[in-house]
Design a protein around this ligand. Sequence first.
Ligand code: SF4
Ligand code: SF4
Ligand code: SF4
Length: 578
Amino acid sequence: MVSATIDNIKIEVPENTTILDAAKKIGVRIPTLCYWKDLNDIGACRVCLVEVEGYDRLLTACNNVVEEGMVIRTDSRRAKRARKNNVQLILSQHKDECPTCVRSGNCSLQTLANTMNLEDSPFEKELPAIEKSDASFPLIRDYTKCIKCLRCIQVCDKIQHVNVWDVVNSGGNSTVDVADYYTLKESDCALCGQCITHCPVGALVERDDTEVALHAIYDENKTVVVQIAPAIRTAWGEPFGMNAEEATIERLASCLKRIGVDYVFDTNFTADLTIMEEANEFLERVKDRSASRFPMFTSCCPGWVRFIKSHYPEYVDNLSSAKSPQQMFGAVAKSYYAEILGKDPKDIFVVSIMPCLAKKHECAIPAMNDACGDPDVDVSLTTREVDRLIRMAHIDPKLLEDTPLDMPLGVGSGAGNIFGATGGVMEAALRTAYFAVTGKNPDPDAFKDVRGMDGWKEVSFDLAGTTLRIAVVNGLGNADNLLKALKHREVMYDFVEVMACPGGCVGGGGQPIHDGYSMKQERADVLYTQDKNSNLRFSHENPSIKAIYEDYLGEPLSEKSEHLLHTDHHAWKMPNED
Ligand code: SF4
Ligand code: SF4
Ligand code: SF4
């Protein structure tokens, strides 16, 4: 322990405690901007400056530790003036168009500037000549808003191992941009969106597709069908201050119907369909081990598919051929459901609400057009975009009643629900694989060891006398480590689930942003509670799943199922893929 004084209060803290953390213990919140705990403690913005007796210069509180006998002033005139000066300098290089910025009200720079009583800045505005990266790509960088905090570099390098961003140029011209002279569109970006959720300002955003959705809603010739992904129901209400009991999927359905969509369905339905196809594909591979690629990788995360194609193309054939639940839904909506409605599939417009940027890319893959030749999914909106749509419609979701989802694609099991959290796809698949092999349902919680936020989990299960070696990873850095270990034959598995975002879709790059904090654990807890409370915990028991196989698809892996629900991962290429 070391003893020191902060703002005249004596403290005792463990060795190596930063000044920032020590001050928090006595209720002093030193302002920060670039800081993100355990990821970015580089003192780049110099907003956390404090004065320490005996030191000529001011110290940054986020990366200097308390030393024995230190006398620290967080509130001295000198420290406050220096912080204010630094924020004014940052603002002079930031295009402050707060009224129209998508991060308005959720921007750390805006909040910070508001607390500093800033008047006119003594510094002239100096903005970069290039404004934005290619607006057709799902991830857009606004050069005029970047405050060079470097968080995007850190998360893309350290957590995701994709290394898209770097500091470029030197001296006063240094800035953050795509490394190696590529454009963002030409880079290996997996579109996980983690750099967006880590950016403190509006310099990184998703492509806004809300107008595309509204255009279809206003078109009287279109039947607009919406699907809502599992991880949305645990996050969409956060910006409205709603808890999980209030922000239900049925309440979101009410908002969407008010906005004008025709039918609201549940992607949990096609999560169940994914399980039927993927579990049976896995059992087929196990039957003929010598002719199959192991481990089999899940394929429901398009961020992961982009990563494996660009970084480990030799493992692409290990991916399950099953489409993601988003794409299965689109194919089913424009075939099976079009028949039920008696409509031309070309008059159906499918909108997805996803926690994800990679899903925007996925629905634009030319091969994802199996129902009628048009894209199976017409537009994919993030959770943040659907929240924007609600605000644009001036709806107060707290005041609405719940509206039940439409039938028959509005029924999902608890197994489909947990797709939104790391381990959920594997657990759901094992529940159904057990039934397929033994003819009996397991205890629904028999495979719960795959749950939890650890980055790389390993478990073995006995499936009717066969030992299955399972791994579950979340975050692309963990996927990278696992693939390296596989390549070096240090590990061997039968079945591996990979989700690109830390925590899975609950921590997705399209989810509401809470600066400096991920809500992944809290959101996952909601999904698991909903599964536990569900009367339907097995994908194969979903009555709508039974009906679609009986009435339309035949059986899992049938010719029709293969056509609509499976894909060839070689049918498109990443920019740098051979
Ligand atoms: S783009 Fe955002 S996260 Fe990256 S350096 Fe700029 S402000 Fe920071
Ligand atoms: S979206 Fe993901 S992979 Fe792409 S630049 Fe951002 S953090 Fe890196
Ligand atoms: S983990 Fe989920 S949110 Fe993240 S890229 Fe994959 S599918 Fe999208």
